[in-house]
Design a protein around this ligand. Structure first.
Ligand SMILES: Nc1ncnc2c1ncn2[C@@H]1O[C@H](COP(=O)(O)OP(=O)(O)OP(=O)(O)O)[C@@H](O)[C@H]1O
Length: 309
């Protein structure tokens, strides 16, 4: 038995002349949360659809839970959950009826289904709303119902396509707690997102751009291996300073954060603070600080040409 829930190699999908996903290699360990991070249109949903067997690939091999996809996609269907961006709920049905309907689709026997619906409503804080129609619920409640529906049949593997786009930060945090609970129970989760903080919660992730994986691995490792040091500058005239910094070959990117400028200096510069003060004599060392890299820094350095903002 493989330790991996998903194995893909050379996965490619073309739509006519356009290549939406190109040469994607993926290894997702069982029981982990794996993220796909990238902007709109970079190929995240297309990849998910190929991994679930909903869309065939143009080239490449995919094995999910030991099954060859798309050939054995029908066998896979009962073992995975899939929460799409639009949540796929029936607005005219109540919470209970939505879960009842999904339970029937998965062929859960009536008695067991009733028990499971009750269990799911309690887990996802919906037991006081069982009669409320999905169309009348808030974004956060709809999201919880969608997760309850996607996990009705206790899948081994859960695919989530931008699950938190429509909810506020508090609901997002709560949602991630629920994902870690599922993970703790042995569920493998593959989630797409364009939020950095969300990606940072994953055990490992792939950064995608224009259909290609630009970097992958655990967030901490990606941050360590970024090839730049991060210097934060607190000074006046930040807009002009930024323009001058961006003209230096040693600078990978510079972006303003309130009263500070976050500058990514290539690792070839051994002492970035000494380099900056000698190159820009108006800066004093006490105005400069070495900062901890963030996933956003990784994103900037691994995508978008020079990633200059
Ligand atoms: N059926 C299709 N026919 C033609 N082009 C498609 C089709 N499906 C997707 N694409 C294109 O492939 C690219 C990747 O789309 P995809 O939906 O996978 O991106 P994404 O990263 O999930 O973005 P989003 O977050 O906006 O959904 C886009 O340029 C999209 O227009």
């Amino acid at each position: 038995m493989s330790d991996y829930a998903i194995l893909a190699s050379g996965l490619t999908r073309k739509f006519g002349d356009f290549t939406a996903v190109e040469g994607l290699n993926l290894k997702v360990p069982k029981g982990s949360i794996y993220g796909f991070l990238g902007p709109n249109g970079c190929g995240k949903s297309t990849t998910l659809r190929m991994l679930t067997g909903l869309l065939s690939s143009t080239f490449g091999e995919v094995e999910v839970l030991g099954l060859s996809i798309p050939r054995q996609a029908e066998l896979l269907r009962r073992r995975i959950g899939y929460m799409t961006q639009k949540f796929s709920l029936y607005d005219d049905l109540s919470v209970f009826e939505n879960l009842q309907f999904i339970g029937e689709i998965y062929g859960i026997p009536a008695r067991q289904r009733r028990i499971r619906i009750q269990e799911q409503m309690v887990t996802y804080g919906l037991d006081q709303r069982s009669r409320q129609r999905a169309g009348e619920m808030s974004g956060g409640q709809r999201q919880r119902l969608a997760l309850a529906a996607a996990t009705m049949h206790a899948p081994d593997l859960l695919f989530l396509d931008e699950p938190t786009s429509a909810v506020d930060p508090e609901n997002r945090r709560e949602f991630w707690e629920q994902l870690f609970d599922l993970c703790d129970q042995g569920t493998t989760i593959l989630v797409t997102t364009h939020y950095m903080d969300e990606a940072e919660r994953c055990h490992a992730l792939a950064i995608m751009e224009s259909g290609v994986v630009r970097a992958d691995g655990p967030p901490e490792r990606l941050m360590q291996e970024m090839g730049v040091n991060v210097v934060e500058v607190e000074a006046s005239q930040l807009r002009q300073l930024k323009e001058r910094l961006l003209k230096c070959a040693e600078v990978r990117s510079a972006a303003q954060l309130g009263v500070r400028l976050r500058v990514l200096v290539r690792k070839e510069v051994a002492d970035p603070i000494a380099w900056m003060t000698s190159r820009f004599p108006e800066l004093r060392p006490e105005q400069l600080n070495l900062a901890r890299p963030s996933l956003e820094d990784v994103f900037v350095t691994s995508t978008g040409g020079e990633g200059r903002q």
